[in-house]
Design a binder for this molecule. Structure first.
Ligand code: XUL
Ligand code: CO
Length: 439
């Protein structure tokens, strides 16, 4: 297929004053922030499904997207044209990584054998294009939610045949992820959950889910796949209650089933808010538990109660996200994957560039601000002082584990009235605003 994104050349950095919608205002890949380049800090990835496969369908309306590759005569030819166009787009955008589900890149055939053959054809093409462009695979995954066979779940289905089919699909997805040098492998369990407990054996489903993940770990070992395994929490949608509800519930699950050494988390902004948390809460919880592996970068809409997967443009959130990522020592081998789609009304091809440039600039800006904020140590200093009572006296005894209830009672009985200090939330929010405005 000839050039698809005509009239667009490699997107360049033009600086904050630029008004060119096809230029970066803040993302300057080679620019050093601290000891790393922006490119190395941010590890941007394009999500194949939203950007190349999504057609702008919603529950009330048909697709709206102008996507020349969808005009091809048959699904396999469309998949090839789509892949070539994807690499043209990603090269012009200058992103180092992409991510896919098996079914985004190649169509299902009449049976699993044919489907796997289709995948092999497209994986060969992807391999060649990756070699030509230098673009790498951040992660692969299997789509265990679209096909009607997964109506009752995949690894948590009530039907053992479905469990087996899902296992075969993940086996193949692991093989192709390895083949393409994928640095991670993601499990997102959109159908792993239930609609009603009236028909659900929750204990068996959870045990089976763990069995499935252990099998994946064993198979990865067997074939020598050394990428990082990631679980992506989400509380609901499409299933009413999803088992991987949020970072804390996945953490408990991993610990219970002895999987915590093998998995980290892929935290997604809009999933955090659906779970009633801020994005920063989920990132922070994962980080302090050594589980922050990768990020699906997007944003929701406070007025809408579902996963709108919008391009992340909110600078406050990108700043606090990068603050957590810097405190995590970065994300590698994970990255920032734009699990985000342009709005249904943004159906022109160039909207794909505008959307990604907006997200990349918002994260580059957030990175710069978060770096300055961290260097200043203003927030850390405040928190350190706030907890000073645990560094000496009775507080130190509590932390060292040498105090017990009887000792604490004796101490409390002798205490004069307790005095507390202000949490000064507004002062701290003003500090963030100061750095945000300065840029
Ligand atoms: C769905 C979602 C998925 C995962 C990969 O909400 O985020 O696209 O990122 O399966
Ligand atoms: Co996601």
């Amino acid at each position: 297929m000839s050039e698809v994104f005509k009239g667009v050349s490699r997107i360049k950095y033009e600086g904050p004053e630029s008004k060119n919608p096809l230029a970066f205002k803040h993302y300057n890949p080679e620019e050093l922030v601290g000891d790393k380049t922006m490119e190395d800090h941010l590890r941007f990835s394009v999500a194949y499904w939203h950007t190349f496969t999504g057609q702008g369908v919603d529950p009330f309306g048909a697709g709206t997207m102008n996507r020349p590759w969808d005009q091809a005569s048959d699904p396999l030819s469309a998949a090839k044209e789509r892949m070539v166009a994807a690499f043209e787009f990603m090269s012009k955008l200058g992103v180092p990584y992409f991510c896919f589900h098996d079914r985004d890149i190649a169509p299902e055939g009449a049976n699993l054998r044919e489907t796997n053959k289709n995948l092999d054809v497209i994986v060969d093409l992807a391999k060649q294009l990756m070699k030509e462009t230098g673009i790498k695979l951040l992660w692969g995954t299997a789509n265990l939610f679209t096909h009607p066979r997964y109506v009752h779940g995949a690894a948590t289905s009530c039907n053992a045949d479905v469990f087996a089919y899902a296992a075969a699909q993940v086996k193949k997805a692991l093989e192709i992820t390895k083949e393409l040098g994928g640095e991670n492998y993601v499990f997102w369990g959109g159908r792993e959950g239930y609609e009603t407990l009236l028909n659900t054996d929750m204990k068996l489903e959870l045990d089976n889910f763990a069995r499935f993940l252990h099998m994946a770990v064993d198979y990865a070992k067997e074939i020598g796949f050394t990428g990082q395994f990631l679980i992506e929490p989400k509380p609901k949608e499409p299933t009413k209650h999803q088992y991987d509800f949020d970072a804390a519930s996945v953490h408990a699950f991993l610990q219970k089933y002895d999987l915590d050494k093998h998995f980290k988390l892929n935290i997604e902004a809009n999933h955090a808010t659906l779970a009633g948390h801020t994005f920063q809460h989920e990132l922070h919880y994962a980080r302090i538990n050594g589980l922050l592996g990768s990020v699906d970068a997007n944003q929701g809409d406070t007025l809408l109660g579902w996963d709108t997967d919008q391009m992340p443009t909110d600078l406050y959130t990108t700043t606090l996200t990068m603050y957590e990522i810097l405190k995590n020592g970065g994300l590698a081998p994970g990255g920032l994957n734009f699990d985000a789609k342009v709005r249904r009304g943004s159906f022109e091809l160039n909207d794909l560039f505008y959307g990604h440039i907006a997200g990349m600039d918002a994260f580059a800006y957030g990175l710069k601000v978060a770096h300055k904020l961290l260097q200043s140590g203003e927030l850390e200093q405040f928190i350190e002082e706030r907890y000073a009572s645990y560094r000496s006296g009775i507080g130190k005894q509590i932390v060292d584990g040498t105090a017990d209830f009887k000792q604490l009672e004796a101490y409390a009985l002798e205490l004069p009235e307790v005095t507390n200090q202000s949490g000064r939330q507004e002062v701290l929010e003003t500090i963030i605003n100061r750095y945000l405005i300065q840029g």
